[in-house]
Design a protein around this ligand. Structure first.
Ligand SMILES: Cc1cc2nc3c(=O)[nH]c(=O)nc-3n(C[C@H](O)[C@H](O)[C@H](O)COP(=O)(O)OP(=O)(O)OC[C@H]3O[C@@H](n4cnc5c(N)ncnc54)[C@H](O)[C@@H]3O)c2cc1C
Length: 431
């Protein structure tokens, strides 16, 4: 009988692990609890809006090399779109100002010396914030490293809150430093923004499933693993909640690629040294459907998205007749009156978008839909960062994966996929 690699969880970490392991000589089975794979990066038909949407806007940077490798392996690179250059349009609603940040492609940041390409009002002295982030200690927060000024308010704070999904006052400076090291510090070539042309599933899930079919890997949806049997320092069986447990041979391996609270419920107190982050942060995505597709102009047209400063939301994306905004670290808005929050965001959107659309937005959208992801990411604080485990466990045939494991990055697609690949290698499997 072929040796089997069981991957529990069909999110980005699990699919990246499966893609990496397919062809390594083991039979690969992905067990996904949901009806479809994708986890926190998925598309679905929303009945209220009567159209297909993503659970949340996802932005990638060209620095995300593991993601690009996964897309190349699964033949999905062409499903991304973006300006093809390190260009980011912004609107500041507090000071009624707009600009397009245009980074230089090489490592030398010439853009900082060109007023039409840099953040308006920034002082070169503020660049010391970047230096502080790059050398931040493990217990420092982002706020402790940021020098007050326009660069901080108009770029570094929005960048930090989007990348870490945690307020700057509590977010880990070391984690933001890791993102800066991979992106801004490498120059514009590493900062080219990309996002799915059609939807998250069309980019990250469907091509991977087609690839896994060809590689004879098995993907079982609606297959929740409810318990693991552990004996003699290894996982010996998987429980599925119905039917007989799946018995593992000495040769079989398991990658647990589920969210931290699920991993804790399966392993805490049973596996020596296991810890996991236990505080989460939410993200709110608000989708506004319009009667007609607005026609953008200038760099909003080129990019398809825009950064918002001085607004509840940080980003707006335009896809056909849908405007979607992302509100990061959204737990702070959970208690606010939801109708009033939606009205405020729509009001902000009209102010931000009208000057860069051929015709202004209507007073009200046709339909709208807030999507709260209450456990979008772990809270990227220094304390939570310390709780992230590495891929290896005290059980010889079990490795951990997921954006919450010790990837050195915040909860991101890059972190999730990196963890999946690392888990495969930790088990000694190579294609
Ligand atoms: C709204 C939103 C916006 C985001 N924006 C960005 C962005 O712009 N850029 C970026 O890089 N990242 C972004 N992220 C983060 C990114 O989506 C996540 O880091 C990544 O998808 C996490 O993947 P994962 O596989 O680690 O976890 P998950 O996606 O949570 O996957 C775990 C899977 O395990 C399954 N599962 C759970 N329990 C069981 C069980 N018992 N048995 C079997 N299966 C089980 C779940 O159903 C799920 O499919 C965003 C996240 C959200 C929510």
């Amino acid at each position: 009988m072929a040796r089997t690699l069981h991957i529990i969880g069909g999110g980005m970490a699990g699919l990246a692990a499966a893609t990496e392991a397919a062809g390594c000589g083991m039979h690969v089975i992905v067990h996904e609890a949901g009806r479809a794979c994708g986890g926190r990066a998925r598309s679905y038909h929303d009945r209220q809006l009567d159209c297909r949407i993503d659970n949340g806007n996802h932005l990638l940077l060209s620095a995300n090399t593991t993601v690009f490798r996964y897309l190349a392996l699964t033949g999905a690179t062409d499903t991304l779109t973006g300006p093809g250059a390190p260009v980011f349009p912004f609107a500041d609603l507090t000071e009624d100002n707009r600009w397009t940040l245009t980074l230089s492609s090489g490592k030398v940041p010439w853009w900082m010396f060109m007023p039409h390409r840099r953040v308006p009002g920034m002082r070169l002295a503020e660049l010391s914030s970047l230096k502080k982030l790059l050398s931040a200690g493990e217990d420092q927060t982002v706020s402790e490293c940021l020098v007050p000024g326009a660069l901080t308010r108009r770029l570094l704070e929005p960048f930090a809150i989007s990348a870490l999904n945690t307020p700057c006052e509590t977010a880990s400076a070391a984690l933001l430093g890791a993102v800066v090291r991979d992106s801004l510090a490498q120059g514009g070539k590493a900062c080219i923004p990309w996002y799915p042309k059609t939807g998250l599933s069309e980019t990250f899930v469907d091509p991977a499933l087609a690839h896994l079919r060809i590689m004879r890997a098995e993907v079982r949806t609606q297959s929740r693993i409810t318990g693991l049997d552990i004996a003699r320092g290894r996982v010996t069986a998987l429980h599925t909640g119905g039917g007989d447990p799946i018995t593992l041979t000495e040769e079989d391996r398991v990658i647990l690629a589920v969210p931290p609270q699920v991993a804790s419920s399966l392993l805490a107190g049973r596996v020596d040294g296991f810890t996991a982050p236990d505080e989460a942060e939410s993200i709110l995505n608000l989708h506004f459907v319009l009667q007609e597709a607005p026609i953008p102009t200038g760099s909003f047209a080129r990019c398809g998205f825009m950064g918002l400063v001085g607004s509840v939301a940080e980003w707006v994306f335009l896809r056909d007749n849908i405007l979607s905004v992302t509100v990061s670290a959204a737990s702070r808005f959970a208690e606010r009156d939801q109708e009033e929050l939606i009205r405020t965001i729509w009001h902000d959107l009209r102010r931000a978008c009208d000057p860069v659309l051929q015709s202004p937005l209507p007073a009200n959208p046709l339909r709208q839909r807030p999507v709260w992801e209450k456990r979008a990411t772990f809270a990227a604080t220094p304390a939570q960062n310390h709780l992230r485990p590495g891929p290896a466990t005290s059980l010889v045939n079990l490795a951990l994966a997921g954006d919450w494991t010790a990837t050195g990055l915040p909860s991101t697609l890059e972190g999730a996929m990196r963890s999946g690949v690392k888990a495969v290698h930790t088990l000694g499997l190579y294609a």
